[in-house]
Ligand binder design. Structure first.
Ligand code: GUN
Length: 281
């Protein structure tokens, strides 16, 4: 079984990105800039944002974090996004989710210029991705995609099963696999025979947030299995895949932590660089 080392693959990607940023700096005499807006005190969000900032600095991006208290008014945030939209030194804008209840998430997402939407959440980017046009692609599914391609560069005709249909993961993951000519089944909480569906997959991507949902006897021999889950349990952080069981069946499997997580941040940096390059055309 291949244990897919997301940490190592993300490090390699960051090294490549670092080199690319140096070249861009020589060419344009400036570097891509990433601005993250963080609202409130959600502990996981604090950690994610700190890691994003650290990684952005390491590859040589200009990085800024704007923090607001939970009580911030929606208008303050929208006005700030407008300001960042107009700021040429800002290539990418990310508003960390979840947001406090009084702030309309969709309004926030739609205020970000699609060309600066490094999350790929703006309806324009969602539409472009599904139409096969150039777009920002959400960082986590993009990271999963790159891991799958490392193991199997040719996905033509493979059966892929995506567990979970969120806008953040499941749906964009499906689009990426479709583009690679996979036959994709999207499953979710109302799927009738989830085990049976999973068993058909040459590739399984689990992103539902249910601890160890996908068992060993749900997985076809030699499948590639990608675990997006990060679930807090009594025995610590576990994914959506029953790791020990599935590791005996799968050809390749991502661990949690150390699989998809590190790729998400590296892909955010990649997206920021892509936004910068498109803005210079
Ligand atoms: N919160 C958890 N994951 C993400 C992500 O990919 N983007 C944003 N903006 N917030 C998140």
């Amino acid at each position: 079984m291949i244990l897919i080392d997301g940490k190592k693959i993300a490090l390699e990607l960051r090294e490549e990105l670092k080199e690319e940023v140096s070249k861009l700096k020589l060419k344009y005499n400036k570097v891509p800039g990433l601005t993250v807006i963080l609202i409130g005190e959600d502990p996981p969000s604090q950690i994610y944002v700190r890691n994003k900032e650290k990684s952005a600095n390491e590859v040589g991006l200009k990085s800024e974090v704007i923090r607001y208290p939970d009580s911030v008014e929606e208008k303050t945030v929208l006005d700030k996004i407008d300001e960042l939209n107009k700021d040429e030194s800002v290539s990418g804008i990310l508003v960390q989710l979840p947001l406090p209840k009084h702030i309309d998430k969709q309004k926030v997402i739609e205020t970000i210029l699609p060309s600066k939407d490094v999350d790929g959440f703006h309806p324009m980017n969602v539409g472009n991705l599904s139409s096969g046009y150039e777009s920002s692609v959400p960082c986590t599914p993009l990271g999963c995609y790159l891991l799958i391609k490392k193991i199997e560069p040719n996905l033509n005709g493979k059966k892929a099963v995506v567990v979970g249909r969120s806008n953040l993961n499941g749906k964009p993951m499906t689009q990426l696999l479709l583009k690679e000519n996979c036959t994709v089944t999207i499953t979710h909480s109302k799927t009738k025979d989830l085990k049976g569906e999973c068993l058909k997959g040459d590739i399984i991507v689990a992103a539902v947030g249910i601890p160890e949902l996908v068992k060993g006897d749900w997985v076809k021999k030699d499948a590639i299995v990608i675990d997006v889950g990060i679930n807090k349990t009594d025995k610590g952080i576990v994914g959506d895949i029953a790791f020990d069981e599935v590791s005996k069946i799968a050809k390749a499997l991502t661990p949690v932590p150390g699989g998809v997580g590190p790729m998400t941040i590296a892909c955010l940096l990649k997206n920021t660089i892509e936004c910068f390059k498109r803005s210079q055309k």
